[in-house]
Design a protein around this ligand. Structure first.
Ligand code: NAD
Length: 504
């Protein structure tokens, strides 16, 4: 069952039909925004942006807080929208909302400090003062995926907005209504309609957006991200790419076995494994391998899969048939090469069209797709390794580098080993916390992307720096020489003093 289907209405406007993955029910149609309309939206945004910038961070942050209050007042509706479009369980839908709440509050308390004009050390003290100012880019575009359709639609957009940019969002055509809901609430909270706009459609609308905005923030697959980055490079506009992953998890011999087993299962099966930062492969030190497997099988068999309401359900369904088929292909190929399925491995049509069992698979190796390519499904492949060094080597032996995790009781050693992993963030004793912790940067390297979201680093990507060098002309006379003898003496004195006085 394809979730998004294109239809053409009688009057000629192209629309996309959106169906719920839970039962195939039609949710509605969205009109496709064509390139001309995208260009016009960017023009309107450009005209509206200066007044938004003039409000200042403190004016803008109040509006974002009001947005949060409006969403919280109607929390159940928000969760319902997310679940209906994605098929995820209530707990996983609530995670999206919690992460956005944390982000708004972090921005509320930190954006003004991060974006404040800074005074720096001048080349010549007394006669000069130097500053660095941060100015918005202008109009920032966002292209976002379907797997966390609320969180990922707003996780980058809100920092750009608070930094004074006008924003245009192109959400996934698979889950457009939840993004529309969040955008409508932004307008209700007081963001002018031209300052925050939404355009709908598939890749064509996304590609059109890249043609007009001043900065593009892309979250999605590596394949599409590369195309977007190439167009951005052609236009010489800045961008960030948050792309796919094949996140490794390493379990050391001193780990708390039960905490590792449950942590790994949560990390692998959140959102039915359809998370860029889900645990996609596990390396376990040999002395605890059998014991850990026993615990993983024990807990995996207790997972509650279904579409029931409440926080007790552990896993919902796939959002698209496409991902389900890729997961089946990866399992089949691994089994054909000698892997063994210990738990799951089958569809659950009794629960709905896109339900699949949480799956534990062992005897895997790096010749198999399940250990190399992004699976994006509820499968946890587990491999025995000799020691931590072998685990690190295998973890880095992948084209992706998004996030990773290490389970150990030795927190210091865990962090030392983390530095050897080629990825953007590492969880010690817990997986993928980065995306829900707004004070820290997170993002990928290698095929997983370029740039960071989160923290001051993620906020500052949405501004241009401008330096001001102010010469007071104190004690100076008109002179055509680049430096008079007095200035030359001053330079020599400063060179000597600066060895000992760092702030001079
Ligand atoms: P996708 O790349 O197919 O689509 C993402 C967005 O790009 C959609 O809005 C789509 O309409 C748009 N698009 C498609 N073709 C385009 C084009 N030529 N030009 C411009 N836009 C275009 O990804 P998806 O299937 O929606 O999401 C799943 C992928 O996203 C996975 O690979 C996952 O790992 C990745 N992802 C990454 C992160 C992260 O933060 N690193 C987060 C979530 C998902």
């Amino acid at each position: 069952m394809a979730v998004a289907q294109k239809t053409t209405e009688s009057q000629g406007t192209e629309t996309i039909a959106v169906h719920s993955p839970l039962n195939g029910e039609l949710i509605g149609h969205i009109p496709v925004t064509d390139e001309g309309e995208v260009a016009a939206a960017v023009e309107r945004a450009r005209a509206a942006q200066p007044a938004w910038e003039a409000l200042g961070v403190k004016g803008r942050r109040k509006i974002l807080l009001r947005w949060l209050d409006l969403l919280k007042a109607d929390e159940d509706k928000l969760i319902h929208h997310i679940r209906r479009e994605t098929g995820k369980v209530e707990a996983h839908a609530r995670l999206e909302q919690y992460a956005i709440q944390a982000l708004v509050l972090w921005l509320y308390h930190n954006a003004h400090k991060t974006l404040k004009r800074e005074r720096r050390t001048p080349a010549f003290p007394i006669v000069q003062r130097v500053y660095v100012s941060y100015k918005p880019h202008g109009v920032v575009g966002f292209i976002t995926p379907w797997n966390y359709p609320f969180l990922l639609a707003f996780i980058d957009l809100l920092p750009a907005l608070i930094a004074g940019n006008a924003v245009i969002l192109k959400p996934s055509e698979v889950t457009p209504f939840i993004a529309q809901y969040g955008m409508d609430k932004l307008h209700e909270a007081g963001v002018p309609k031209d300052v925050a706009q939404i355009v709908h459609g598939d890749g064509r609308t996304g590609a059109a957006l890249v043609n007009y905005v001043d900065y593009i923030s892309f979250t999605g697959s590596t394949e599409v991200g590369r195309k977007v980055a190439m167009r951005a490079a052609e236009r010489l506009i800045p961008y960030t790419m948050e792309l796919g992953g094949k996140d490794p998890s390493i379990v050391l011999r001193d780990a708390n076995i039960d905490m590792a087993a449950t942590g790994l299962l949560r990390g692998a099966f959140e959102n039915a494994g359809q998370a860029c930062v889900s645990v996609e492969r596990v390396y376990v030190e040999a002395p605890i391998y059998e014991q850990l497997l026993e615990r993983i099988v024990h807990y995996a068999n207790q997972m509650k899969v279904g579409k029931g309401d409440g926080m007790e359900w552990h896993m919902g369904c796939f959002t698209n048939e496409h991902e389900l088929q890729r997961t089946e292909r990866h399992i089949e190929e691994a089994v054909a090469k000698g892997a063994r399925v210990l738990v799951g491995g089958e569809r659950r049509p009794d629960l709905g069209p896109l339900f699949f069992e949480p799956t534990v698979i062992v005897d895997v190796d790096h010749t198999m797709d399940i250990m190399k390519a992004e699976t994006f499904g509820p499968v946890i492949p587990i491999m025995k390794v000799k020691d931590a060094e072998e685990a690190i080597k295998l973890a880095n032996e992948n084209a992706y580098g998004l996030s990773a995790s290490i389970f150990t009781r030795n927190l210091k050693r865990g962090q030392e080993l983390a530095l050897k992993l080629n990825c953007g963030d590492v969880g010690i004793n817990r997986t993928h916390l980065g995306i829900g912790t707004p004070s820290i940067p997170s993002g990928g390297q290698k095929l997983s992307g370029i740039g960071r979201r989160g923290g001051p680093e993620g906020l500052k990507r949405f501004v241009v720096t401008q330096s001001h060098i102010v010469d007071t002309l104190w004690g100076q006379k008109p002179d055509l020489r680049i430096a008079d003898p007095m200035t030359v003496r001053m330079i020599e004195l400063l060179v000597r003093l600066r060895r000992y006085i760092p702030f001079l």
